[in-house]
Design a protein around this ligand. Structure first.
Ligand code: GLY
Length: 548
C-alpha cells in the first residue's frame, strides 16, 4: 500500500521577500523556485498555472479559463480575461427541450457543456507582455510532473474516487483517471498531458489551438456530439480589460471587470457598507450579519439582471458602482427586518457543494509586483470529458450562462438577457481575483474558488481584516456566511452563528441553510514591517504558502 506523500504544507507563513499561495504544495514550490531563479510575479503565476493543470486536475486546467489581475510595483495595474466563450454553433435555447424546459445535466456534463477553452491563450498573452523568464523555463516543471508522475494527496485520491462513475460514463479506458480505487501516495502519470505541455512550450498558443492538440479536441467533439470547431479554437483570444479600481476608506481595491461579475459585485458591497460603523457592531453580531446579508442580497439581485459579457451586452458599470445608485439601493434597508427577495422563478433546489471547485493563486515578488489569478473548469473535473489525445479535462462552463431566464444554475444563480447564451459570448463568472492597496502601497492579494460564494468570501475576508482587526490567518479561517438574493436564505458554515444570534436574525425574517465549506481563500498581506504573510485556507488540506 502506498504511503501518503509527505508534502510540506504551510498554511500560515511570514517571509521577508516573496510569497506564493496556491491550492497545492508542489505548485507553490514551483512558483517560489521561479521567483528564486529571478522570475517576476507574472512568471511565477504562469508556472503555477501550468503546474496545477497537472497536480490539481479537478480544477487546474488547460481546458478551462480564468482571470488575472496584476499590480506592478510602480502602481500600474492590468487585468486579463481568458474566460471560455460559447462555441459559434451555440444558441440561446440549446439546453431546452421542445417544451422549453431545461434538459437535466446537459449544460453541466458531457461534450455540450464545454465552452472554448481560454487558459493557454491567457497565459501566453500575459507572459508575452510581462514575463521575464523564457516560457520554456516556466513550463518545464509541469512537464516533468506530468511525464514522471507525482504522489497524489489524500484529498485528491478521495476526489478521484468520488467521480469514477462520471469518468467512466464519458471516457474510455485510456483515461488515466479511470481506476477502481485511488489511494493517497499513488503516482499519477499523465503522458498525454506532458506531450500537450511540450507542444505549448515549443509552439506557444499554436501548441494548443492548432495542430495535434486542436485535432484531439475536435476528435473528442465528434465522438461526443460536441460543437467546438477548429474556427472556435483558432479564433479564441484572451482580452485585456481595464481593471475596476475604487476606494474604500484608506484602501484602493483593484478587481476584475466583466466577463466576471466579481469586481463589480465586490466594489458594490464595499461602497454599500462604507457608511455603516461596521467595526463597532462586532464580528458575526446580529447587526453585522444582518447588514452584510442585506447588502449581499441587493448586489446579487443586480448581478442577475445587469451583469454579462460587455462585448455583447451593455453593462451599466459606472451606474452600478456610483455612490448615488448604491445609496439609493440601501434606501429601503431596515436594521429591524429582512427584505423579502422576489421569489419568481426561484424553484426548489439545493446547492451542490461538491461543485464549488476552482483554483486561486496569489503571488508577490521581490520587487513588489503582485498577481491575483483565479481559474477554473467550473465543476470538479469540469464536464468530466477528458480529451484522449490531449490529456486534459474540458470545462463545463456553459452552465454559467443563464440557460433559461430565472432558472438557477448549479450554484443556484439566476440570470436573464444580460447572460443569455450567444455564439462567441463569454459566460458570466463570479471569480474575484483582487489586489488591495493601503495608502498607495500594496496591502493584500486575494481570491478564491467557490462559485457564487467567491464574491462574498473575498468581501468578508477583507472586512475581517480592515474592520474587525483580524490577522490574515484568522480572517481567512473564521466561519463564513453567504446571501445571494435567491434562494432567499443565509447559507452558512456549521457553527457560524450561536443560537441567540441566529434567533435574533430569524426574528428579523432571515432564513438559514447550513452548508459545508464556503469558498477556499488564498491570500497574501503585506505587514506593517514590510514582510509578507501568506495564508492558505484550512478548508482545503492542500492549500499551501511558500516564500522566502
Ligand atoms: N465557474 C464559476 C464561476 O466562474 O463563477
Amino acid at each position: 500500500m502506498p504511503e501518503a506523500p509527505n508534502y510540506l504544507i504551510q498554511k500560515n507563513l511570514v517571509e521577508d521577500s516573496v510569497m506564493v499561495v496556491s491550492p497545492h504544495p508542489l505548485a507553490s514550490e514551483i512558483g517560489r523556485d521561479i521567483l528564486r531563479a529571478g522570475g517576476n510575479a507574472i512568471d511565477a503565476a504562469v508556472a503555477v498555472q501550468y503546474a496545477i493543470a497537472v497536480v490539481y486536475p479537478r480544477a487546474g486546467n488547460l481546458g478551462g479559463g480564468g482571470f488575472m489581475v496584476i499590480r506592478q510595483a510602480n502602481g500600474e495595474n492590468a487585468a486579463i480575461d481568458y474566460r471560455e466563450k460559447a462555441p459559434s454553433k451555440a444558441s440561446r435555447d440549446m439546453y431546452l427541450d421542445s417544451l422549453g424546459n431545461v434538459i437535466p445535466d446537459l449544460s453541466t456534463e458531457g461534450h455540450l457543456a464545454a465552452g472554448v477553452p481560454g487558459t493557454v491563450s491567457g497565459l501566453i498573452a500575459v507572459h508575452e507582455k510581462y514575463g521575464k523568464l523564457d516560457l520554456r523555463q516556466l513550463i518545464e516543471p509541469a512537464i516533468k510532473l506530468a511525464a514522471e508522475g507525482f504522489s497524489i494527496t489524500e484529498t485528491e485520491a478521495s476526489r478521484l474516487n468520488r467521480f469514477q462513475e462520471a469518468f467512466q460514463k464519458y471516457n474510455g479506458p485510456d483515461c488515466p483517471f479511470v481506476k477502481g480505487n485511488w489511494q493517497a501516495g499513488e503516482v499519477l502519470k499523465q503522458t498525454k498531458l506532458a506531450q500537450t505541455l511540450e507542444r505549448i512550450r515549443d509552439q506557444g498558443k499554436a501548441g494548443f489551438y492548432a495542430g495535434p492538440t486542436a485535432e484531439a479536441i475536435l476528435t473528442e467533439m465528434q465522438q461526443g456530439n460536441g460543437i467546438i470547431s477548429l474556427e472556435d479554437l483558432q479564433g479564441y483570444e484572451a482580452r485585456w480589460r481595464t481593471p475596476l479600481v475604487r476606494p474604500y476608506k484608506d484602501y484602493q481595491v483593484i478587481s476584475m471587470p466583466p466577463s466576471s461579475s466579481g469586481g463589480v459585485a465586490l466594489l458594490q458591497m464595499l461602497e454599500m457598507i462604507e457608511p455603516y460603523p461596521i467595526s463597532t457592531y462586532g464580528f458575526h453580531s446580529v447587526e453585522a450579519v444582518h447588514l452584510m446579508a442585506e447588502i449581499e442580497r441587493r448586489v446579487y439581485a443586480d448581478r442577475a439582471e445587469h451583469l454579462g459579457d460587455t462585448d455583447f451586452f451593455d453593462v451599466p458599470i459606472d451606474t452600478l458602482l456610483s455612490k448615488n445608485y448604491l445609496t439609493n439601493r440601501m434606501a429601503d434597508f431596515s436594521p429591524d427586518s429582512a427584505t423579502v427577495s422576489a421569489s419568481i422563478h426561484a424553484g426548489n433546489f439545493t446547492i451542490g457543494l461538491e461543485s464549488f471547485e476552482t483554483t486561486h493563486t496569489s503571488v508577490v515578488d521581490l520587487e513588489g509586483n503582485a498577481v491575483s489569478v483565479t481559474t477554473t473548469l467550473n465543476s470538479n473535473f469540469g464536464s468530466k470529458v477528458w480529451v484522449d489525445e490531449g490529456g486534459f479535462f474540458l470545462n463545463n462552463e456553459m452552465d454559467d450562462f443563464s440557460v433559461k431566464p430565472g432558472v438557477p444554475n448549479q450554484f443556484g444563480l439566476v440570470g436573464a438577457e444580460a447572460n443569455a447564451i450567444a455564439p462567441n459570448k463569454r459566460m458570466l463568472s463570479s471569480m474575484t481575483p483582487t489586489i488591495i492597496e493601503k495608502n498607495g502601497d500594496l496591502f493584500m492579494v486575494l481570491g478564491s474558488p467557490g462559485g457564487s460564494t467567491i464574491i462574498t468570501a473575498v468581501f468578508q475576508v477583507f472586512i475581517n481584516v480592515a474592520e474587525f482587526g483580524m490577522s490574515l490567518d484568522q480572517a481567512v479561517n473564521v466561519k463564513r456566511f453567504h446571501h445571494q438574493w435567491l434562494p432567499d436564505q443565509i447559507l452558512m458554515e456549521e457553527g457560524t452563528l450561536d443560537t441567540a444570534t441566529q434567533e435574533a436574525l430569524a426574528a428579523k425574517g432571515h432564513q438559514f441553510h447550513e452548508v459545508g465549506a464556503i469558498a477556499v481563500v488564498k491570500a497574501i498581506q503585506k505587514l506593517p514591517d514590510g514582510r509578507l504573510q501568506g495564508v492558505g485556507d484550512a478548508r482545503n488540506a492542500d492549500d499551501d504558502a511558500k516564500g522566502f
